[in-house]
Design a binder for this molecule. Sequence first.
Ligand code: COD
Ligand code: ZN
Length: 374
Amino acid sequence: THLSPVIKCKAAVAWEVGKPLSIEEVEVAPPKAHEVRVKIVATGICRTDDHVLKGSFPNIDYPVIPGHEGAGIVESIGEGVTCVKPGMEGLLLHPLKSMVKLQWCRSRPLLYVSNLYESQNLMPDKTSRFTCKGKAIHHFLWISTFSEYTVMPDSAIARIDDDAPLDKVCLFGCGFSTGYGAAINTAKVKPGSTCAIFGLGGVGLSVVIGCKSAGASRIIGIDINKDKFTKARELGATECINPQDFKKPIQEVLVEMTGHGVDYSFEVIGHTDTMVAALASCHMNSGTCVMVGAPPSGSQLSFDPMLLFTGRTWKGSIIGGWKTKDSIPKLVSGYMEKKFNPDVLITHTLPFDKINEGFELLQSGKSIRTVLLF
Ligand code: COD
Ligand code: ZN
């Protein structure tokens, strides 16, 4: 299998910051030892990919092929790969390595995350498998799913149920797992509790699904775009509020609505002001606030330390706190058993060539998730 030739295919390349993606013919080199080459069937567009286009993703080199929410079929494997075989269908790709490493460095500063991402900008041996017009193109989070064929370390691929629909479960590579896991793993939401979710995008709505399946009795959705409320209610939100409808700060509104603040609050926007508002919205003695949205790179937080001193807990969650290569396939099995249904998060399905249309839908707030099909 290590003799498999270079493949020519189409991919979306970000040549430099601030430019739309351009669809190019790229050459994809065969997988080296402990690497896998995959034919992508479906990939979602996540806000983080938009951060790459805008230059707000930390420590990344261009040109790069973004995309990190995908599912596909193994085309060939490098030496020493035992977890998958060519032709195996129903596979899901995600930046698993980051989960493994973050578990190990859990108590270290966030700086580790950016260093980690930097190393995923090339294959582990610091070289690239992509070339375009004679130039080496960078990888993204080791999986670059915006390419018809892509190469990744074998640690970044997980086998899932053979009959899992790849055009749906690709969301388990990032968005759904991130939000659902924040509720289930990080907050460990208890039955009968009250939850508040700041930001009702694809990830925030997945938090709503997680809170609902954990048995929360009150789920309050917060968003400045009221068009997000219908879907949030459909998925289990019991109330939805728009901060712009109130004169007082949203944390005061939530404390009034609940008496003493919510049991669990989630920040799923990635703004420092809403991070503090989410902390202030939870119960003084027993409340837990989970930070899901990535803070703007280089930002600093300023908040009244009394908020923590009085007994609140503040936690971060990355890719939902799923720990191993085994947990995401289990989540997919749960989907196959109809334990939850994130299909409604997919508002648009487009052919891969219309990728920039997908980004416009995201930027204008019209889509929750767009899935691109090759
Ligand atoms: N108050 C209330 N709602 C707001 C505000 C505000 N001040 N500002 C924006 N919003 C709403 C928007 O209207 C929108 O509905 C929602 O917040 C944000 O949703 P989207 O659709 O932009 O984005 P998502 O849901 O796809 O992703 C949001 C994240 C914040 C989770 C994402 O950007 C992020 O930071 N991801 C990193 C976290 C992570 O674990 N990543 C893993 C790999 S990506
Ligand atoms: Zn993502």
